[in-house]
Design a protein around this ligand. Structure first.
Ligand code: MN
Length: 302
């Protein structure tokens, strides 16, 4: 019998039916020791009890949100403390639970992370310009203390963006704007491409719903074509590398929606001009190979 099922069977009532928790436990089991998984489940129980009776705007029980945030971080194989903090990240602000309770139950490290996330939530800005500069500074400061605080916050924002549809229009565009101005750039700076791409596309979708729909449709039409081109060029590069006896990896990437939009609006370009430009990366083992590859690429394409 699998471990997740054994554990979940022991939990009373609702948790047993929580498919989100089941998936989370299954993910954690792939990289954390069993006692660490037990601790995370204890945090789930604590969080579920604290948020009991609260619902998301979508009507779901509130605990589904911290579970989704924790899942995002579990997929990145973050440690047990970060996952625990993700499960508890809204308890101090939105429930009766105190930071002392959390420290007592889950240790100072987890309490410190929850405190950090709560503090980021309290930063308020008067203007857009201020929001950009101020938040960057504050976030950077927080990051020096513990980078996991930012990771929890980014995953929190991502899930909020994914469930933003339930919010009134005005709030939606304010949150979308903030996501594009603050959170996506931070994800970018940290090199977390998945967060950056999702935050940008969701931010764009909710800030400019019409433009998003039109562009989305047009992009889907041209995507098939684009994919073929990327494949063809990748194969050409790989052949050229093999001929030179260089071991390396060619990575072709398709542009995401928001990067296409930005390019079109900043450079006043047509969609066809933008989607026909492809991005490639060639990873090699040393600097010499790097210059050789650059030469190869120049030889292949003017
Ligand atoms: Mn949250």
């Amino acid at each position: 019998m699998d471990y997740a099922a054994t554990i979940l069977a022991k939990l009373p009532g609702a948790p047993k039916r929580d498919r989100g928790l089941r998936h989370l436990v299954e993910t954690l089991e792939t990289y954390l020791p069993q006692d660490a998984v037990q601790d995370v489940i204890r945090a789930y129980e604590f969080g579920a009890a604290a948020h009991d009776g609260q619902t998301r705007k979508s009507g779901e029980p509130y605990i589904s949100h911290p579970v989704a945030v924790a899942q995002e971080l579990a997929d990145m194989h973050l440690d047990a403390q970060a996952i625990t903090a993700a499960l508890l990240h809204d308890t101090v602000e939105d429930t009766e639970a105190s930071l002392e309770d959390i420290a007592e139950q889950f240790g100072d490290e987890v309490a410190g992370l929850v405190d950090g996330v709560s503090k980021l939530d309290q930063i308020q800005f008067r203007s857009r310009a201020e929001a950009q500069a101020e938040s960057f500074r504050k976030m950077m400061l927080a990051m020096i203390e513990d980078i996991r605080v930012i990771l929890v916050k980014l995953a929190d924002r991502l899930h909020n963006m994914q469930t933003l549809g339930a919010m009134p229009a005005e709030k939606r565009s304010r949150i979308a704007r903030e996501t594009l101005d603050i959170y996506a750039p931070i994800a970018n700076r940290l090199g977390i491409n998945r967060f950056k791409v999702l935050l940008e596309d969701l931010g764009f979708k909710h800030l400019y719903p019409m433009r998003y729909r039109v562009l989305d449709k047009a992009l889907k039409r041209s995507k098939g074509n684009q994919r073929q081109m990327v494949k063809k060029i990748t194969e050409e590069f790989e052949r050229a590398l093999a001929q030179e006896g260089i071991t390396g990896q060619v990575i072709g990437r398709e542009k995401h929606l928001y990067s296409v939009y930005k390019k079109m609006s900043e450079k006043k370009r047509l969609l066809s001009d933008v989607v026909d430009v492809f991005g490639f990366r060639v990873d090699v083992d040393n600097v010499n190979d790097c210059y050789t590859v650059l030469g190869l690429v120049h030889g292949l394409y003017k």
